[in-house]
Design a binder for this molecule. Structure first.
Ligand SMILES: Cc1cc2nc3c(=O)[nH]c(=O)nc-3n(C[C@H](O)[C@H](O)[C@H](O)COP(=O)(O)OP(=O)(O)OC[C@H]3O[C@@H](n4cnc5c(N)ncnc54)[C@H](O)[C@@H]3O)c2cc1C
Length: 503
């Protein structure tokens, strides 16, 4: 299964040649210095490598997603995980939110120079006390006139020490997911400090702790809508995870190639070690798993390229490819014997660099948590989160129309003896109260709160419609507190009984 056409292959070749000529000869110096020099960003910008899927209005190429897949595989194949990480953060994370939800002025100011390689960007979500649990981040941004006053700190920020601007997730509202916004913060701002961090691998990508002490951020640097940052982050997680998987695929491809050459040339007991069955079998096992990871990653790429939410496929691809990368690194180092442990052998760098793949961009444990929800709890992510976008449900069907259509959408064959009463408390303009009954494999709905209920669902009209129309993932709505339910098992059984509202 492949979706690459000949033009993608030509592009891939040009990226490979660029890396062989411009990156590999000097990357060890970058590793020693701990960062990628500015002229390299400019070179990549000039070649159009930093805005592959981004709008031409700001200097991007607007190419299809498979160009990005080819690009990232080649970047991963460089064998320098730090280079891969820095480039991926610049193009697919630091400016992703800006490209999607930023104002034209913000895009002109930051997106265009980032695509040109003239400015370096970073994305700062993780904090010293908060990593996986993004909704509870603590950095605060308090609006004072035309500025937000930013205080707090961010941890493990890739490109953080050399970035010109950072997309910062900060709390502008109350507790939880609903109070998070994204702001562009310039690193030259007074009160902004970057403390470099030393790490096991990814040496040529600079990683920093960022500290904000009363940094004044112009109000115009808010990305999209205030307090919608968590949803922007949730949506971009799919791309972030996919990028992690693709880089792992590129890296493993190179690692396996190097190891195949090594076991063919290295001799023991007067034979190439690659002729010993123990080694041959171990190696082809890796090739088999690698191919499975690659095809799973391409499946996720395919769904993502078609505009699907692809939560399950992206999480599976990230989980499987990065976990396998650790295994490939370990076994391939073993097959290199003592030389594999020496720094001058690229396999030792691959071993160091691949280790963080199962941590950064969402840990393997968090991927498994997401998969458990989608595979076991039937949580659906039908389409992209669109909370925060202006084209919500303004002209679409209302709460009453959607709820009263439940009997027509009822799938009696799924009821399987289930009986229950769910009451809907939908607030805000266009809301109302309704009671839905499931009994004897039949469904009825009536306005008002009638009788005893097994489950109460409370939300506002906008959120309810967005969920029913597939514009907001129920999971996101629950996590953000926009929807409150007092009996989740009953609601899960209930929702499975209906086909989607026709749009
Ligand atoms: C080199 C590097 C570069 C990075 N770059 C960036 C960057 O550019 N921007 C940015 O914002 N962040 C960045 N990160 C941060 C990275 O995304 C976080 O490290 C990651 O999300 C995990 O958060 P944490 O380290 O706080 O771990 P924690 O969230 O504290 O987790 C610790 C352990 O507990 C497990 N755990 C947590 N919750 C659960 C649960 N519910 N169920 C089961 N297990 C759980 C985790 O899987 C992990 O094993 C980077 C990290 C590294 C190491």
């Amino acid at each position: 299964m492949t979706r690459f056409q000949s033009e993608h292959d030509i592009f891939r070749d040009s990226v490979r040649q660029f890396i062989e000529k411009e990156v590999l000869p000097v990357a060890d110096t970058w590793e020693a210095n701990g960062y990628i020099p500015r002229d390299m960003w400019k070179k990549m910008g000039e070649l159009g490598f930093l805005g592959i899927n981004l709008p031409s209005e700001y200097g991007g190429t607007e190419a299809d997603f498979w160009y990005s897949v080819a690009f990232l595989e080649e970047v991963g194949r460089s064998g320098y995980g730090g280079f891969s990480a820095s480039v991926a953060v610049q193009e697919y994370m630091a400016i992703a939110h800006l490209a999607r939800a930023g104002s034209h002025e913000l895009k002109q100011k930051f997106l265009a120079p980032a695509i040109a390689g003239e400015q370096i960007g970073a994305l700062a979500i993780s904090e010293p006390n908060i990593g996986s649990d993004v909704a509870n981040l603590e950095t605060s941004a308090v609006l004072e006139g035309d500025f937000y006053r930013l205080n707090g700190s961010k941890m493990f920020i890739t490109n953080g020490g050399h970035a010109d601007f950072v997309t910062v997730a900060a709390r502008t509202g109350g507790k939880g997911a609903e109070g998070v916004s994204l702001l562009i913060v310039e690193s030259q701002s007074e009160g902004f400090k970057a403390n470099p961090l030393q790490k096991l691998g990814w040496h040529c990508s600079d990683t920093a702790e960022l500290v904000f002490e009363d940094v004044l951020v112009p109000k115009s640097h808010l990305i999209g809508k205030e307090n919608h940052g968590f949803y922007y982050i949730m949506e971009s997680f799919q791309l972030e995870r996919l990028v992690g998987a693709i880089l792992a695929i590129g890296g493993m491809d190179r690692c396996l190639e190097m190891t195949r050459d090594y076991i063919a040339s290295r001799k023991a007991f007067n034979r190439p070690i690659g002729s010993f069955q123990a080694i041959r079998h171990r190696f082809v096992d890796l090739l088999t798993e690698f191919e499975a990871a690659r095809q799973l990653t391409y499946l996720a790429c395919d769904q993502y390229a078609k505009g699907e939410m692809a939560v399950q496929a992206c999480s599976m691809a990230k989980l499987y490819a990065t976990e396998l990368s650790n295994k490939v690194a370990d076994v391939c180092l073993q097959l290199h014997g003592g030389y594999g442990y020496m720094n001058e052998y690229p396999i030792s760098r691959f071993y160091r660099d691949s280790r963080v793949g199962t941590i950064a961009g969402g840990t393997s444990e968090i991927m498994r948590e997401i998969l458990a929800k989608t595979c076991l709890d039937q949580v659906r992510y039908d389409s992209k989160y669109q909370v925060g976008s202006d084209e919500q449900t303004a002209d679409g069907p209302g709460v009453e129309e959607i709820l009263l259509s439940l009997p027509q959408r009822f799938r009696s064959e799924k009821a399987n003896g289930f009986a229950g009463v769910v009451q809907f408390h939908i607030q805000g303009s266009g809301g109302g109260e309704f009671t839905a009954h499931i009994q004897n494999s039949a469904c009825s709905v009536e306005p008002g709160l009638k009788g005893e209920a097994d489950c109460h669902l409370r939300t506002d009209a906008e959120t309810y419609c967005a969920m029913e129309l597939g514009q907001l993932a129920p999971e996101a709505a629950f996590m953000s507190g926009k929807v409150k339910v007092d009996n989740i098992p009953v609601l899960m059984q209930f929702t499975r009984l209906f086909s989607r509202f026709p749009t």
